[in-house]
Design a protein. Structure first.
Length: 449
């Protein structure tokens, strides 16, 4: 079910959700698999790659940087790495579309090599801040010009970047990863201190490819990452687990839709990605982890989710980094819960594809949900008195895939359908989202304007 730019999706109350849903491969790991394989010596084989618009934009950019990337007959991907100094300056700007992860990580790659590249993106990506990436990369020796801290960004890199000691004000995997990627060629140790630990796929995968990366967790909750420069990466076999951020929509849909019982196989349960699972279980959600196992350095499990009565809780700021992409769908779960859910430490949501705090709050209010928010928090008052969520509105996803999927999930329980426009970017992370959910019994309809 492919979406054109004029399509909208409409969801409405229907039958219980039952069966098995196979969500796409993990987006974070897919981006990194292609990038690290490109920087390695030798060939890397990737199975389960998420073939979404975001990841394919990263693939195309790496090809423009001189890397050979081939899809094999069995559906896997082969990346023939060029090493840490083997990339070439592209002949034209690198267009990363809507991919914030792709553009920011590749900025770190280019900054650490003796090449020059200009980065562009779509209208949404071009409004997102890049200074927190470009500032530390400039400190490490790259020459960078931007459009007032936004795209387009031109980077003239250096093959001898300076080791950098960076203290981040926010826990951001993208900021951290860009600095580490630039530091691979640096002399000495590049060190990053985060206030809380953000997802650590970059650290785990760099070690898997052969880099010397150390992680230290300090008593005050902060996280220190140290990378020894002048690294050498070697090609590896990578099995991409299924994405917990994509699974979040099916999980919440099953929890809030009466009489549902859904299996979601092969989900990454990396401890720094399970904040939403922990939160939903605390809220009373029935989520069982089955057949836990280790594949390619990542712990995965099958999840069995049953409909549950959810209750509002206080979600600590320390958990934000492990579930930053999941707050929009958590807000939907909170709307269906009994009582008040307070979410703290979520300022990072304001610099995603949209201001996700404001967009979710405005949409929930239009559906009849009581929401309050500040620069760094969201408070959702769920069905305290048993009042039903009315829906019956048309909302704009504002070309933010997670906003779109969140409101469509809410529409499965509202009294009247919810129509969502601006859904095209759902293809960037969860191709065929509507079709997959429909197979479980959800009523999500494509409606071309």
């Amino acid at each position: 079910m492919s979406l054109s730019k004029n399509d909208v999706l409409r969801s409405q109350k229907g039958a219980a959700l039952r069966g098995t849903i196979y969500v796409p491969g993990d987006k974070s790991i897919s981006h990194r698999s292609l990038i690290f394989g490109s920087l390695a010596i030798g060939s890397s084989q990737i199975s389960g790659l998420l073939e979404s618009a975001d990841v394919l934009a990263t693939k195309d950019a790496l090809i423009a940087l001189g890397v050979e990337i081939i899809k094999t007959q069995n559906g896997d991907w082969q990346v023939n790495g060029v090493g840490l100094n083997g990339m070439v300056s592209p002949l034209k700007p690198l267009d990363l579309g809507n991919s914030g992860t792709g553009v920011r990580l590749l900025m770190g790659v280019v900054a650490g090599q003796d090449i020059t590249a200009t980065f562009t993106g779509d209208a949404s990506l071009s409004t997102r801040p890049m200074a927190r990436i470009t500032d530390p990369l400039s400190t490490m020796g790259a020459s960078i010009s931007t459009r007032d801290g936004q795209l387009p960004v031109t980077i003239k890199g250096t093959s001898t970047p300076l080791a950098h000691q960076h203290r981040s004000e926010v826990a951001s995997a993208q900021v951290k990863s860009a600095i580490l990627l630039s530091g691979l060629n640096g002399r000495g140790t590049t060190q990053i201190t985060e206030p809380y630990a953000s997802r650590d796929h970059t650290e785990s995968m760099l070690r898997y490819f052969g880099a010397n990366v150390q992680q230290t967790f300090v008593d005050n909750g902060s996280h220190i990452i140290s990378l020894q420069g002048e690294a050498v990466l070697h090609g590896r076999q990578i099995n991409v687990p299924r994405d917990p951020s994509s699974a979040a929509f099916a999980i919440v849909a099953a929890l809030i839709t009466p009489d549902s019982d859904v299996m979601i196989p092969g989900i990454s349960i990396n401890p720094l990605r399970t904040g939403l699972l922990d939160t939903l279980v605390e809220m009373g959600g029935s989520i069982e982890r089955v057949n836990e196992r280790n594949e390619g350095g990542e712990v995965i499990a099958d999840l069995r989710v049953k409909s549950s009565q959810l209750y509002g809780i206080e979600v600590p700021a320390s958990r934000a980094a492990s579930m930053i992409d999941e707050y929009p769908i958590l807000s939907v779960a909170a709307a269906a819960a009994s009582g008040k859910t307070d979410m703290h430490g979520v300022a990072e949501l304001r610099v995603k594809e949209t201001d996700r705090i404001k967009v979710m709050a405005d949409g929930l209010r239009q559906c009849g949900v009581d929401v309050a928010y500040s620069d760094d928090s969201i408070q959702v008052n769920g069905q305290v008195t048993g009042n039903k969520i009315m829906g019956g509105v048309t909302l704009s996803a504002q070309h933010d895939h997670r906003i779109g999927m969140s409101f469509l999930t809410l529409g499965l329980i509202t009294e009247h359908p919810i129509t969502v426009s601006g859904c095209t970017t759902i293809e960037t992370s969860f191709p065929n989202f509507a079709a997959n959910m429909t197979q479980l019994g959800a009523s999500i309809i494509v409606d071309a304007i």
